[in-house]
Design a protein. Structure first.
Length: 423
């Protein structure tokens, strides 16, 4: 569906007398025999011409100063195609973004792209590849190579160092030797890239099943030291055997979320303090690292929870029913079990904790894991109690007894409260 629409966009541009090709990542994916996640179109039509052609109501101007217009697909499909005018980029003064852009030929547009495999065009009407950068040859040789002088290209935009690694890992390609040398030389400068862009790269890298290869490359190239110095200090340098186990586990995880993989990388760091409890933004623990990378609150909470609760999983045989249920009630519980089980398998640890958890899950319905509360604060007030510290403690005692299946009715809960108060 989205492919069909991307053909249609090119057809309309060409019909109006412009040049239009598919460009960049989608061409690479097609040549790899994969379905592109999204299609980008490059054209010599200016943004104004693109908006006139498709109509103001069917287009969005997000990056018009960079020559980018979004053309919306049929209503309700959510399909959209990015149409960018062929452009060359002016000087990069800050190593992050160009000072200006100028419209140009397809050849020159190809030159501003990062890697040869990302620098090709495809004409879907004539079904021909337009390759000005040797991308097809590098696809065949399975190489990620910077377009032009690697040192210069990495200097312009330091994020490209992380992108090179991501693509090499994802496609199981090698890094071109000269490109790799440039990255190694400049690794420390990745620090100038905004936290948001680094985090976005890290998300994409860790979501991919070849994440372990990416982390090894980050390490070899000196990039890991810059983006995750704490992990390098606490694990890589402190315990090589453990670090190798972590890398093997990253690989063995298979499909897993960014949060799961990131929690594994941070597993030796302090996660005892949650985001809510920790106000100090400069703290060097799991929450502090997530804050530095400007991860969302939701991501931070999930990662901190995963790291903090790893040790509890291994104590499963001695946990009470209530403790198991509270663990299992968390949204990240299945991710936690997957993570810890995989880690245990890699390190050949005792499988007993997982046998207990599997047994528990077989015998426990979701309603038993998190049943409605037997008592509320309102019930205690009705019993003539005044709200306060005692209140919370009583409700906790009742909840634990309920989760342990020692009580199951409101009357039993009230009796338990009276017993406690009489003591
Ligand atoms: P994916 O979306 O699978 O991560 P992609 O190649 O589509 O891969 P995008 O970030 O979506 O990557 O960018 C689209 C295209 O824009 C790239 O293929 C590349 O040609 C160009 N590009 C993106 N980022 C940069 C950059 N930092 N420097 C130079 N060119 C870039
Ligand atoms: Mg893309």
């Amino acid at each position: 569906m989205s492919r069909q629409f991307a053909v249609e966009v090119v057809r309309q541009l060409v019909h109006a007398g412009h040049i239009a090709y598919w460009a960049g990542g989608c061409v690479r994916d097609l040549l790899r025999g994969e379905d592109p996640a999204d299609y980008d179109v490059a054209t010599n039509a200016t943004p104004d011409q693109v908006r006139d052609l498709f109509g103001r109501r069917r287009t969005l101007s997000v990056g018009e100063s960079f020559g980018v217009i979004i053309v919306l697909g049929p209503k309700g499909t959510g399909i959209q195609v990015e149409v960018a005018t062929f452009r060359s980029e002016g000087e990069y003064k800050d190593g992050r973004r160009p000072e200006s852009v100028a419209y140009c030929s397809p050849e020159e547009d190809a030159q501003r792209r990062d890697f040869t495999i990302n620098g090709m065009f495809y004409d879907p009407l004539a079904e021909v590849v337009h390759d000005f950068v040797g991308g097809q040859e590098d696809m065949r040789r399975k190489v990620v190579r910077a377009i032009g002088d690697p040192h210069h290209r990495m200097t312009e935009d330091k994020l490209r160092m992380l992108r090179a690694v991501r693509f090499a890992a994802k496609f199981e390609f090698e890094l071109d030797a000269v490109t790799a040398v440039s990255i190694r030389e400049m690794a420390s400068q990745v620090i100038v890239v905004s936290a948001e862009r680094i985090a976005q790269e890290l998300r994409k890298t860790l979501e991919n099943v070849h994440r372990s290869r990416a982390i090894r490359l980050f390490e070899e190239l000196g990039l890991l030291d810059v983006i995750l110095p704490e992990a390098v200090h606490e694990t890589v340098n402190a315990n090589q055997e453990r670090w190798q186990h972590i890398l093997e586990t990253l690989e063995a995880l298979g499909p897993a979320s960014f949060e799961t993989a990131f929690a594994l990388l941070l597993c030796d760091l302090d996660a005892t303090v949650s985001r809510r409890a920790q106000k100090d933004a400069s703290h060097h623990d799991v929450v502090g690292i997530c804050r530095r990378l400007k991860l969302s609150n939701d991501e931070t909470d999930r990662i901190q929870w995963l790291v903090a609760h790893g040790p509890q999983v291994h104590k499963a045989p001695s946990l009470s029913l209530a403790e198991l249920k509270r663990l299992a009630a968390h949204e990240e519980f299945s991710a936690l079990i997957h993570l810890e089980r995989t880690f245990s398998q890699v390190t050949g640890k005792d499988p007993a904790p997982f046998e207990r958890i599997d047994e528990f899950l077989k015998q426990t319905s979701p309603n038993q894991i998190d049943p409605p509360e037997l008592l509320t604060g309102q019930d205690l007030i009705s019993q003539g109690l005044k709200p306060g510290k005692m209140f919370k403690e009583l409700l906790e005692i009742v909840r634990v007894a309920q989760l342990n299946e020692e009580i199951s009715t409101k009357d039993e809960a009230l009796t338990l409260v009276k017993d406690r108060l009489d003591r």
